[in-house]
Ligand binder design. Structure first.
Ligand SMILES: Nc1ncnc2c1ncn2[C@@H]1O[C@H](COP(=O)(O)OP(=O)(O)OP(=O)(O)O)[C@@H](O)[C@H]1O
Ligand SMILES: [Mg+2]
Length: 279
């Protein structure tokens, strides 16, 4: 298990953008998403208005079924919104181009090696064949998986598989990374370790992150901004800027601080209140 390795999930600086650069920014204007029609219609999300500047680490929190994954799919461009506008980096979102996605389950190709999974993503990202081996090794190094390129997916742990999924999402060098409960299936120690790596490296990478979770702890630890969604149809119930510092404090200091405890409590209370509220 790589939870005691010292390598970061993602190294800093790979997609740094000058301030004011819209790459990775998100704009949602009056967005709704409805599935089905007539009496069977289910409105999953909205209306939602949200402006996410480049470089922000936005955490979306809310009860099960409130529309978090739906919102992420709209931002990824996997499906068009029923109404309203979704813009990423000032334009229409295109899957694999405007953002990389890490799903709850790693969704790797089990018949390929670790390196083979990353190679495929590089091929999709149209990285020239001659550059792929070097890029693959760089990416595996970034996620703390040196010397694993030839291993089979079933030979590595769940935490390592999630790291491969992150490497794969980074292969396209998108300025926006979307993560849908990526650490939910992991044991507590591995989960904390990956949270720490992700927080540390996102701080000065310039990349924008949208991270979905049920956990108030995870939201308080990771986010520069935390948005709590109401129950379905998901709307913005609370929009908070984190007071926690991004640098200068160790993870243990952060988790032990009164500011973290207060933020976690505020998020937790808001999630419960939003889930219970009458519409
Ligand atoms: N393709 C679809 N067709 C019909 N209904 C859908 C579809 N996708 C989502 N829904 C419905 O929209 C609502 C929101 O679903 P979504 O998956 O976005 O919730 P979530 O907040 O991600 O939940 P969880 O925390 O359990 O993952 C749910 O009621 C779900 O059943
Ligand atoms: Mg979901």
């Amino acid at each position: 298990m790589s939870s005691n390795s010292s390598s970061p999930v993602v190294e800093t600086g790979s997609v740094a953008t000058p301030s004011g650069d819209p790459r990775g920014s998100i704009t949602l204007r009056d967005v709704t998403q409805t599935y089905g029609s007539g009496a069977d219609a289910v409105t999953a999300v909205g209306p939602v208005d949200l402006e996410v500047p480049a470089g922000e680490f936005l955490v979306l929190v809310g009860a099960s079924g409130c529309g978090k994954s739906t919102l992420l799919r709209l931002i990824a461009g996997f499906e068009p919104a029923t109404s309203g506008q979704v813009e990423v980096s000032g334009g229409v979102p295109v899957p694999g181009v405007t953002s990389g996605v890490v799903f709850q389950q790693p969704r790797l190709f089990p018949w390929r090696t670790v390196g083979g999974n990353v190679d495929l993503a590089l091929r999709y990202a149209r990285i020239p064949k001659a550059e792929r081996a070097t890029r693959r090794d760089e990416l595996l190094h970034r996620v703390g998986l040196d010397d694993t390129a030839d291993r089979r997916i079933w030979e590595i742990s769940g935490g390592q598989q999630q790291r491969v999924a992150i490497a794969r999402a980074l292969a396209a060098e998108t300025s926006l990374l979307l993560l849908d409960e990526p650490f939910a299936a992991l044991d507590a120690l591995t989960r904390e370790r990956l949270q720490e790596d992700l927080r540390a490296v996102s701080t000065d990478s310039g990349r924008t992150n949208v991270f979905v979770t049920h956990s108030a702890d995870e939201a308080a630890f990771l986010g520069t901004r935390i948005v709590v969604l109401s129950r379905r149809p998901g709307r913005v119930a609370l929009d908070l800027t984190s007071p926690l510092p991004r640098t200068g404090a160790t993870p243990d200091e952060l988790r032990g601080s009164p500011e973290y405890a207060a933020l976690r409590a505020e998020v937790s209370a808001a999630v419960k209140e939003a889930a219970a509220a009458e519409r």
